[in-house]
Every structure is written in C-alpha cells, then in structure tokens.
Design a binder for this molecule. Structure first.
Ligand code: HEM
Length: 190
C-alpha cells in the first residue's frame, strides 16, 4: 500500500515539471517566457522545501512513518526544481555567458544567497540514498539539518529579489519559520 502511495507522491511531484514543459512546447508562457519559467521553478523549489520540512511534524502528529518514507524523495525534488531554476538562469537567461553570471553572484545579494542555497543542496542530494543513510548513521541526520539553513536562505532570496516582504515572500517566510519552530517544540517534548 505504502509503495503505491509513494509512487503517487512521485507522480504528483512531477506534475509541476510536466506543466511547465507543456507550457514551453505549446507556447503558453505569456509575454515574458524566461521570467515565467524562472518564477515557476523558483516557487516550486520553495514549495518543496516547505513540504520536506512538514514531514517530521506530520509523523509526530499522525504517528505514521509514511511521511518519513517520502521525505528523502521530496528532498530530491527540492534539488530537482532548484537545479531547473538555476539552469533557466544560466542556460536560457544568460546563455552560458559566465562573466555577467559571476558578476551577479558577487554583486547581487539575492543571487548570492540563492546560489549558496543551491550549493548547500548538493551534499544533501549526493547523500540521499538509503545506502548513505546507513553509512553516515547519526552524521546523516546532522548533515541533513542543512535543509533548515537552505529554507532560510530560500526565503531571504525571495524577500531580497522582491525588494519587499509583502505578500508572497512573507507567507513563505512565516510557513518556514512555523515549521522550524515546530522542530524546537518537538525536540523539547521528546
Ligand atoms: C534553494 C534555492 C532557491 C530557491 C528556493 C529560489 C526561489 C525563488 C523564488 C521563490 C523566486 C520568485 C518566484 C516568483 O516571483 O514567483 C525566485 C526568483 C529568481 N531566482 Fe531563485 N531560488 C533559488 C535559487 C536560485 C539560484 C541558484 C539562482 C541563480 C543563481 C536564482 C535566481 C533567481 C532569479 C534570477 C529570479 C527572478 C528574479 C526576478 O524576478 O527578476 N535562484 N527564486
């Protein structure tokens, strides 16, 4: 049963990717296609960060391990959408013109923090297999706490690029802070 549910979550997680692919191939991206892809992939990265962070609280509240079974997969989707987001910026927006890209990373703080978040995702993606969980033991948990920093960097990236916290960046920031505060509460009570 759990296997079917897991496959269902996998298919659902792919839907945003299928939707943006459909929009690209059928010219449904509107007047600013690159902006549309960047915004779409950026927002879905943030949504998957929130989903990943929701899994341990859900496990605690429902007493079901199902949430933990899909947590690593959701984490990999964070990396997947973040990489699509980065590739849109590097390959479509700047056509691999490295000089302005490096300039952006150094000079624009929202690009710098977004890029840092993506870099921090790499070790998590590389150690996401069951084998690595077994191999790293307690260190796996410690390493994967990087997702908290990534979540904060992601919301800062959104606030800084929007130049205001109102309203979408504020909503994501509050959701992330709430999910992080639950962890402190859950730790204290366990
Ligand atoms: C965990 C990593 C990241 C997250 C969660 C994230 C999230 C987001 C979000 C939510 C948006 C705005 C979407 C909207 O307006 O609806 C966005 C826009 C953007 N992001 Fe990211 N991002 C990440 C990494 C990156 C990286 C690595 C780069 C490039 C180096 C980048 C470059 C951009 C750009 C150029 C925009 C559009 C800015 C504009 O509207 O002018 N992001 N991102």
């Amino acid at each position: 049963m759990s296997r079917y549910l897991k496959s269902g979550v996998f298919i659902l997680s792919l839907l945003p990717f299928l939707l943006i692919t459909y929009k690209i191939f059928f010219n449904k991206l509107g007047p600013e296609p690159v902006k549309e892809i960047t915004h779409f992939t950026g927002e879905w990265t943030l949504i998957f960060i929130c989903l990943t962070l929701s899994m341990s609280p859900l496990k605690k509240f429902t007493n079901s391990t199902f949430w933990i079974n899909i947590r690593r997969m959701l984490g990999l989707f964070v990396f997947f959408y973040a990489t699509l987001h980065l590739l849109t910026y590097i390959a479509i927006d700047y056509r691999f013109d490295w000089e302005p890209i490096i300039n952006d990373v150094v000079k624009k703080k929202y690009i710098y923090i977004g890029f840092s978040a993506w870099l921090l995702l790499i070790p998590l993606a590389l150690t996401s297999s069951k084998k690595m969980v077994r191999l790293l033991k307690q260190n796996w948990k410690k390493l994967h706490r990087l997702i908290y920093i990534i979540a904060i960097f992601g919301s800062l990236h959104f606030i800084w690029l929007s130049k205001t916290i109102f309203f979408k960046p504020l909503i994501y920031t509050l959701i992330i802070l709430f999910l992080l505060s639950l962890r402190i509460k859950l730790k204290k009570s366990s």
